[in-house]
Design a protein around this ligand. Structure first.
Ligand SMILES: *[C@@H]1O[C@H](CO)[C@@H](O)[C@H](O)[C@H]1NC(C)=O
Ligand SMILES: *[C@@H]1O[C@H](CO)[C@@H](O)[C@H](O)[C@H]1NC(C)=O
Ligand SMILES: *[C@@H]1O[C@H](CO)[C@@H](O)[C@H](O)[C@H]1NC(C)=O
Ligand SMILES: *[C@@H]1O[C@H](CO)[C@@H](O)[C@H](O)[C@H]1NC(C)=O
Ligand SMILES: *[C@@H]1O[C@H](CO)[C@@H](O)[C@H](O)[C@H]1NC(C)=O
Ligand SMILES: *[C@@H]1O[C@H](CO)[C@@H](O)[C@H](O)[C@H]1NC(C)=O
Length: 450
């Protein structure tokens, strides 16, 4: 059922995107709900949302509701079309339809007589979400009857519905008694590299994985995109070059990385000005000063959102946080940016055959204000939402909501017996020493990675 629904949603989107593509100067054909006999459904967005509710019992189905972002407004589509005019309609469909993967959700379920599911955050004081019941309500979780704490002695061991365990801490302890009713959650936001002491005992213990990898039981991305309730028309005309006198900047404190991003910056700065702030550079801005980067965003054209690791799905707040500012991120990572982010919202270093080509393009954008501004037009319709850390944020559909939902509704048994293999090898990480990356960092011409 979920599969069929998925496919039919996809086709609807294809159809809509295709029509607009063929008739760019006309109003888009109205998409009514006539076909399934519901006159109230007047937009594809409504249609998708009501469909998604009926599919809500399948928690592992990826939602496609975000596509409504593009289909709602023709101007936006036209813009995307222009920006990617060299692409075929089929390719266009793909990039506008899979903007963001989020799980389907239940209808709002905050029945206050329902007992709270108790979640113990075992071996780290901070889960980036908060403690108590309140964070679930504040996040707007569709199912919010959950409670989270890091106090091990608050309840007897049998009372926990879930225990969340982080492998990236100093504390490798695990409770010596366990109730079969307690689901153990393997929570990891950093790329692989499990310490040997952990490897010995992780297998066969965990029921859920909750990581930045999209193939986790509970996908915990560092951010996502939402549709603005009202289009921000000013973003379509604003001159984002205004007041910008400098080229690129980078704030960094971790100087030697597996990704070799420091080598990339070094090469790049042979062609253009790159101002490096922090411990690895010559410029200073106090760490406690949260306005450093926002201030820089007003005078620099580009921000280097370079990841410290090159692994599948590893796209961090370095990307999402920068997208909230009016500076253009240049990314270096192996996540599928084209799948999660609106088209024309960033520049991917690995899309270029060499660092020299990348630099030439950035220098071109520096000169051509029209071309530079095109990278900000998406802001009229969408907004980046950071899900990490998210104590202050009210984004819903985040992973903690999904955990809560699963604790209430997931009846299936599952145990991860091959966690080491999964987290270590199937993340497909590349390092600065690996052939193609090594060549790229030496500024040799490479074949496109994907
Ligand atoms: C689409 O965007 C235009 C501005 O470009 C705006 O005037 C119009 O109201 C928007 N339409 C919808 C349905 O949001
Ligand atoms: C709330 O939950 C209780 C217990 O699960 C159930 O008996 C009751 O019918 C629910 N109320 C509503 C309004 O769903
Ligand atoms: C943890 O919970 C126990 C039992 O409720 C309580 O006595 C203790 O003060 C709590 N510890 C902290 C640090 O809140
Ligand atoms: C500047 O960019 C715009 C939009 O991408 C393009 O149409 C135009 O040809 C460019 N101008 C120059 C001089 O390259
Ligand atoms: C959460 O998902 C629902 C649909 O399932 C959607 O209407 C809503 O906009 C989403 N919220 C965020 C912040 O992604
Ligand atoms: C969770 O994992 C444990 C340990 O392997 C297992 O005994 C238990 O049945 C699992 N529970 C669920 C609900 O999958």
């Amino acid at each position: 059922m979920a599969q069929i629904l998925h496919v039919s949603l996809w086709c609807l989107c294809c159809l809509a995107a295709f029509c607009v593509y063929i008739y760019p100067d006309e109003a888009p054909p109205a998409i009514t709900g006539e076909e399934d006999g519901d006159p109230e459904k007047t937009s594809l967005q409504d249609l998708l949302l009501s469909d998604s509710r009926s599919a809500a019992k399948s928690p592992s189905t990826r939602n496609v509701f975000e596509i409504s972002l593009d289909l709602k407004n023709v101007t936006w589509l036209a813009l995307v079309r222009d920006a990617m005019s060299k692409r075929k309609p089929e390719e266009l469909k793909e990039s506008v339809t899979v903007l963001s993967g989020t799980l389907l959700k239940q209808e709002k379920d905050s029945n206050e007589t329902k007992p709270l599911k108790k979640i113990l955050f075992w071996n780290h004081p901070d889960n980036y979400f908060g403690v108590g019941h309140e964070p679930f309500v504040r996040a707007g979780c569709p199912v919010d009857r959950c409670y989270i704490t890091n106090n091990r002695s608050e309840l007897p061991y049998q009372a926990w519905d879930a225990l969340v365990w982080r492998p990236d801490t100093e504390d490798f302890s695990i409770p010596y008694r366990r109730s079969p009713a307690t689901r153990y959650v393997f929570f990891l936001l950093e790329p692989p590299g499990l310490e040997p002491p952990i490897v010995k005992f992780v297998e066969g213990k965990f029921n859920y994985t909750m990581t930045f990898r999209e193939d986790s039981d509970i996908f915990h991305p560092y951010g996502s995109f939402t549709t603005l309730p009202e289009p921000r028309i000013d973003a379509l005309t604003k001159d984002y070059t205004h007041g910008k006198t400098k080229m690129a900047t980078w704030f960094v404190s971790h100087c030697q990385t597996r990704s070799g991003r420091e080598l990339l910056v070094d090469r790049l700065s042979r062609y253009m000005q790159v101002d490096v702030y922090g411990e690895c550079g010559t410029l200073k801005c106090p760490r406690y000063d949260s306005e450093c980067i926002p201030r820089a965003a007003k005078i620099y054209k580009f921000y280097l959102s370079f990841e410290n690791s090159l692994c599948d799905d590893y796209i961090t707040e370095k990307f999402f946080a920068i997208l909230k500012l009016d500076i253009l991120p240049v990314v270096y990572g192996l996540g599928e940016y084209e799948k999660i982010a609106p088209p024309h919202s960033y520049i991917n270093a690995l899309d270029f055959p060499s660092i020299r080509h990348l630099a030439n393009y950035l220098l071109y954008l520096d000169k051509n204000h029209t071309a530079y501004n095109e990278y900000f037009r998406w802001k009229a319709y969408s907004e980046a939402v950071r899900s990490f850390p998210m104590k202050q944020s009210t984004a819903s559909n985040i992973s903690w909501c999904q955990l809560c939902e699963r604790l209430h509704y997931d009846q299936q048994k599952r145990v991860h017996g091959n966690l080491q293999e999964w987290s270590q090898h199937s993340a497909n990480c590349l390092s600065a020493e690996d052939g193609v990356i090594d060549s790229f960092l030496r500024d040799e011409v490479i074949q496109k990675l994907r």
